[in-house]
Design a protein. Sequence first.
Length: 128
Amino acid sequence: MPDQTSPAGSAVPATEGELTAEDAKLVTLARGARARTGGAEGAAVRDEDGRTYAAATVSLPSLRLTALQAAVAAAVSSGAQGLEAAVVVSTADDVDAASAAAAADLGSAALILVGPDGAVRSRTRGGN
């Protein structure tokens, strides 16, 4: 997929079903996290400085986190103040409310749901 950037270097919004190069990287990271753990979901986020964080579903007797909650927690624990984008890889039809709320807490500009095959299922714009 060609890099979709403007001459100034800022990302050009992709149409539904298309991803910018930066968002495609998040999909790759989220799919990898899911595959490594065999978890129900994988997620990846990009912070305001362009750093990326990936995680899978955490399901322990004493701790349960969705993949996106875990990725947001990793970003926050590394000092992120905001998110540019978040990707969830899942077989679900929607991003659950708890995951969406975690991304919204950091003002994620985009929340993208992707199937395990890498196909974009939905894209929502947040409040960044």
